[in-house]
Design a protein around this ligand. Structure first.
Ligand code: NAI
Ligand code: 15L
Length: 269
């Protein structure tokens, strides 16, 4: 596959896409933007819902790849998740297949495996093929998205890298995030690797920095050419002084998905 140049970024008005809009152009991409909300400072962005199949067909036409970030990013009713994340992601894949787009980078989430116990002490890192254990309807939709990606690869030869993102924010803001944080710069490195690696078929990777307290195995991400450069450890002293160490008796501390397992944040905030 020739290196992609024109990339459709869905969810372009969101937090992660806003960070990526600042970083990905340095890698040489021309970004086409899509979101149900207007994108600040980007009047050229397509403002449309993932439910709008015609708008999707037009938006994906002629792009070399898609970074699919649009959707409900927290917990919501099953009906809302069904519409935006499950049907919406299906609509995007169908449009991409019909228009011959060769690759999608799908924003999956750690919440597809959120009920997995967090490794403690010397326990091995969580492998990428650990059984899916969604912690919310939201996590369930990400698990569906990974299956959808596998199906479109097997059936239609449309490639995907599914990135089980940890927490991609400018800084880690909780003790759990020390283990799952992905710096925005590492996020851009990982998306670039996912867009350019050869012959990915459907590859699933965890998305995080090279954190000292890392919980999962980054082997499949590194195999794409991803070399994380950041580590959350410089933030550890302050966060632990403020909040204390993780308590293994607390379900919100004991699972990969953190508080999503027992008290998930609800969409919209
Ligand atoms: P966000 O909530 O800030 O952005 C999501 C964007 O999708 C919003 O701008 C929203 O308007 C748009 N959107 C929602 N429903 C839509 C629809 N039906 N049609 C078109 N656009 C729609 O979320 P954030 O943090 O930027 O995350 C982006 C993606 O990455 C999401 O899919 C999220 O699930 C995933 N993710 C993010 C993580 C993070 O640390 N930021 C961690 C794990 C996964
Ligand atoms: C996610 O999947 C959410 O979209 C994001 O807002 C964070 O909550 C992140 O997971 C996390 O686990 O910290």
């Amino acid at each position: 596959m020739p290196a992609p140049r024109t990339v459709l970024l869905t969810g372009a008005a969101g937090g992660l896409a806003t960070l990526m809009r600042g970083l990905l152009p340095e890698y040489g991409y021309d970004l086409r933007l899509f979101d149900v909300r207007p994108v600040e400072d980007a009047p050229e962005a397509v403002t449309a819902d993932l439910a709008d199949k015609e708008a999707l067909r037009e938006a994906v036409r002629g792009v070399d790849a898609i970074v699919h970030l649009a959707g409900i990013s927290l917990e919501a009713s099953f009906e809302k998740i069904l519409k935006a994340n499950i049907e919406g992601t299906y609509n995007l894949y169908e449009a991409a297949h019909r228009e011959g787009v060769p690759r999608i980078v799908f924003a999956s989430s750690n919440h597809a495996v959120g009920f997995t116990p967090a490794p403690r002490g010397d326990a091995p890192l969580i492998p990428i093929d650990t059984p899916r254990r969604p912690d919310t309807f939201y996590g369930l939709s990400k698990s569906f998205g990974e299956d959808l990606a596998q199906f479109y690869w097997d059936k239609h030869g449309l490639e995907t890298v599914s990135v089980r993102i940890g927490s991609c924010f400018p800084e880690p803001t909780s003790v759990r995030m020390l283990s799952v944080w992905m710096s925005p710069a590492d996020g851009a490195r990982l998306f670039h690797a996912a867009l350019t690696a050869e012959n990915v078929g459907h590859t699933v990777v965890y998305g995080s920095s090279a954190n000292t307290r890392l919980w999962w195995d980054l082997t499949t991400a590194r195999a794409l050419g991803y070399e994380p450069r950041d580590d959350s450890e410089p933030y550890a002293g302050k966060l632990i002084a403020e909040h204390g160490e993780l308590d293994p008796e607390n379900p919100a501390h004991a699972h990969l998905g953190g508080h999503f397992v027992n008290d998930p944040p609800i969409w919209p905030h």
